[in-house]
Design a protein around this ligand. Structure first.
Ligand code: AMP
Length: 413
């Protein structure tokens, strides 16, 4: 099958553009919207230490209020595993959210029942209430239809604004969408549109950059990408496994020798799909895994037995920047070296800045996300210049693996 035909068929399950948006919901006067948000915020001694996720919810909540709806917020916090755990209550978060929203936010220590229904009925028009941690109910993570029915009875429409939990088939992330008219919230909408531009219906050529520590955690992701993108640059510790699989000695570098066959298989699938694989051509090596360790740059086949690869070299960076110059779309996950240890952050920083400049010049759609990637792009001070940086972690990686996300599938029009 020709490459382009397969891509047009989106075999990787990345088509995301046809979902229901809040704008489709129309006038909501007198209605109650059940809104799934991500309030899994960092907390210390009952205080929110980073309110980014709370601020992210404002747009959706205000849009719904403007459309006339009351808003009942659903969220999880931590892993209470179906039990009521006092220090995982969302009670303190209601106050913190009220502060960033600039209006009153009620709280009720339940997610279902007549008393919750009454509390919603008692709200002023366009009032906002936060319900208790959804994971206090054992049925939540099991996607229990009975629990779903009881929660659905509280509202008229369902809005999902938590892409970060969209890889879960839980009551509050997916099942509610089967019981009520369901829409993507403002953040979910932005995320899905960005992801669609990156892998769903991208402008080609598409370059993927995948770095990070290990191949083992990204086998599915690599296997999917080589069927979707035009070029795949492999960096970071995982590149060592690919180099070793080609008979190159990587000294005492981080390397999964047992995955040599898997690496060769991925290279073979790439070849069958006309996906050009870019591996490092030069590397920065040191004898110790520590910041400011004495280091040198050498060709990839010149690593001594007592040396380890900690970063990509200047020729590899140039190769990558040239590949960006030949691409219209970039999708990136994972750092290109041990970026937490100066000076082994150079390749990650240089590549991120080059991508950021092209993106802000409108020459490249640059989408990144997953795990350490956000920290790496922030470290490079390039995140703001990217077209979109996803903070979703697990959901972003499953999307890169081409897996359908239950929370997104449930919103499809
Ligand atoms: P991941 O969570 O798989 O994206 O991996 C991120 C981690 O990979 C970061 O902590 C980096 O320090 C680490 N890493 C990247 N390149 C290397 C390398 N060449 N050797 C050791 N660790 C690396």
């Amino acid at each position: 099958m020709p490459h382009r035909t397969r891509l047009a068929g989106h075999s990787g399950g990345n088509t995301m553009s046809s979902f229901k948006r809040l704008a489709d919901a129309g006038d909501l006067t007198g209605k109650t919207a059940l809104v799934r948000v991500d309030f899994n915020v960092p907390m210390e001694n009952g205080l929110v230490t980073d309110d980014t996720r709370l601020r992210a919810a404002i747009d959706t909540v205000q849009t719904l209020r403007t459309q006339g709806a009351k808003v009942a917020l659903l969220a999880h916090f931590g892993r209470p595993k179906g039990e009521r755990v006092a220090d995982m209550s969302l009670a303190p978060i209601a106050g913190a959210f009220a502060k960033v929203l600039g209006s009153n936010v009620s709280f009720i220590a339940d997610c279902k029942g007549e008393h919750v229904k009454q509390a919603i009925a008692d709200l002023d028009p366009a009032g906002v209430i936060l319900l208790e941690n959804t994971r206090f109910y054992a049925g939540e993570e099991k996607g229990d239809p009975e629990l779903a029915k009881e929660i659905a009875a509280l509202g008229d429409i369902y809005v999902n604004d938590a892409f970060s939990a969209a890889h879960r088939k839980h009551v509050s992330t997916a099942v509610l969408a089967t019981l009520l008219p369901a829409y993507a919230g403002v953040n979910m909408e932005a995320e899905l549109d960005a992801l669609d531009k990156a892998l769903g219906t991208p402008e080609r050529p598409v370059l993927a950059v995948v770095g990070g520590a290990k191949v083992s955690s990204k086998i599915d992701l690599l296997k999917n990408l080589v069927t979707q993108v035009d070029s795949l640059a492999i960096g970071g510790g995982m590149a060592n496994t690919f180099l070793a699989a080609q008979g190159i000695s990587v000294g005492k570098s981080l390397c999964e020798h047992d995955l040599a066959e898997t690496a060769r298989e991925i290279m073979q699938v790439a070849k069958e799909n006309n996906c050009n694989i870019l591996l490092p051509v030069d590397v920065v090596v040191a004898k110790d895994f520590k910041a400011h360790a004495e280091n040198r740059t050498c060709a990839t086949d010149e690593v001594a037995d007592d040396e380890m690869i900690l970063d990509a070299g200047v020729r590899t960076i140039a190769q990558l920047v040239a590949a960006m110059g030949n691409s219209k779309t970039l999708v990136w996950n994972g750092p290109l070296g041990a970026f937490e240890l100066t000076p082994f952050d150079k390749a990650t920083v240089a590549a991120a800045q080059a991508a950021g400049i092209r993106a802000s010049d409108g020459k490249l759609i640059a989408v990144a996300g997953g795990g350490d990637t956000v920290a790496a792009l922030n470290h490079a001070e390039a995140a703001d210049e990217f077209t979109f940086v996803s903070t979703a972690g697990g959901a972003f990686l499953e999307w890169m693996e081409g897996k359908p996300l239950p929370g997104v599938e449930a919103l499809k029009a």
